[in-house]
Design a protein around this ligand. Structure first.
Ligand code: CP3
Length: 365
């Protein structure tokens, strides 16, 4: 499954002479492809009736922790949409449980961490020795990988994406206790606790590398690292407090033998610094034109994105013009994966998502 050779300590990505097994993996490695690969952030979610049917009988965490169900949800979404990659159904916060941080998802509120991590003592108490408890995600990946092992009708192998959070974004949930607008508690620890913050970053990297390793061994072709809220940081703070830990995570995941996609939202001013992590592909949100974002990260790196998720609510002719605009902006360069700039939201018309896939397949044909 993972034919990509590991380049220990690589800062120029996982490329080398490896040949990707699918157009998605090939694009991650900036190798030539017959057409631009397409998939969607949050492609399995509440906008999709098939997901809601499963969700009727299971909580979100039940789905994540039951490999048969998580695999079914992953597979159904990828097949319904006809995309080139399947992202494993899991959640960013799952590693909190073996670290000793209890959380739940409350309807309408999103994730809630009952006892937020605010002190050095609490950080010191976080466990990093129970990563095995996350192996249910690897079991889901094995099922998805087995399902998609045979090449598809067009001869291509579907890409399988494993994922984890980035240290800053995960720390923000731990410290704030949930979603946040201003990240006050997170930044307070970051600015003022020279013991707790670096230790928290280090512990998260330890857990995330182990978790990513389980996913790669189970058959993930690529690991996407979600730094969804990195855009809350100015460049100086990102560089001073987050870049080293994130770079360490990227480098150690690449050493497992897979390309890394590093994604954040509202990152226009951070892109060239995010590129310093050495990630193979940088995810772009929709606020930056694709050609501007790609120039910022440099053409030695792939890019993923970057349609506005809400453009999926537009009349089809408007949506089509946005899809064409993004594809045109890539100018046929190797290393573009078309996607949204952030996740599909509830209420999105499924037919519009499928239509985007069709247009991508027809483009330039
Ligand atoms: O197809 C897929 O992408 C599904 C797999 C997936 C989920 N969460 C399932 C999920 C992925 C890749 C994630 C990542 C995730 N989780 C992120 C990073 C991605 C991003 O959006 O930036 C974040 C920040 C989380 C934490 C999280 N999980 C939040 C803030 C919420 C609540 C927001 C909401 O939409 O209600 C969740 C819940 C969640 N995780 C859902 C899904 C499909 C919502 C659906 C449900 O409750 O059943």
């Amino acid at each position: 499954m993972n034919e990509v050779s590991a380049v220990e300590g690589a800062t120029e990505g996982s490329g080398g002479s490896a040949v990707g097994s699918s157009r998605f993996v090939r694009a991650c490695l900036r190798q030539s492809v017959d057409r631009t690969p397409v998939w969607f952030l949050r492609q399995a979610g509440r906008y999709m009736p098939e997901y809601m049917a499963v969700r009727k009988h299971h909580t979100l965490l039940d789905i994540c922790r039951t490999p048969e169900v998580a695999a079914e949800v992953t597979i159904t979404a990828a097949e319904r949409l006809g995309v080139d990659a399947a992202i494993i159904f899991a959640d960013l916060l799952l590693p909190f449980t073996p670290m000793g941080v209890d959380f739940e998802f409350l309807a309408g509120e999103g994730p809630v961490v009952h006892v937020p991590i605010r002190t050095a003592e609490q950080v010191k108490a976080l466990r990093t020795d129970r990563i095995d408890e996350l192996s249910y995600v690897a079991r889901s990946i094995e099922k998805v990988a087995a399902h998609f092992a045979p090449p598809r009708a067009d001869g291509d192998q579907l890409g399988i994406i494993g994922f984890c959070g980035a240290p800053f974004t995960l720390a923000s949930y731990m410290i704030e206790g949930g979603s946040s607008r201003n990240y006050i508690e997170t930044k307070k620890m970051m600015y003022s606790d020279g013991v707790a913050w670096p230790l928290l970053m280090e512990k998260l990297v330890t857990v995330l590398v182990g978790y990513a390793q389980q996913q790669v061994e189970a058959g993930a072709d690529v690991i996407q690292i979600f730094d969804s809220w990195a855009g809350a940081l100015g460049v100086t703070d990102y560089r001073q407090y987050c870049l080293a830990a994130t770079t360490e995570l990227v480098r150690r995941v690449q050493a497992l033998g897979v390309p890394v996609i590093y994604f954040g939202v509202d990152t226009a001013s951070l892109l060239s610094t995010m590129r310093e992590t050495g990630a193979d592909v940088i995810g772009l949100d929709w606020r930056v034109p694709l050609e501007v974002g790609w120039k910022s990260v440099g053409y030695g790196c792939g890019v993923q994105g970057n349609l506005d998720p809400i453009s999926l609510f537009a009349p089809l002719e408007v949506l089509k013009s946005r899809v064409t605009e993004v594809l045109d902006a890539a100018e046929g360069r190797s290393g573009h994966i078309i996607n949204l700039g952030h996740g599909i939201v509830q209420g999105t018309p499924v037919e519009s998502v499928i239509q985007v896939v069709q247009w991508v397949k027809e483009y330039g044909a």
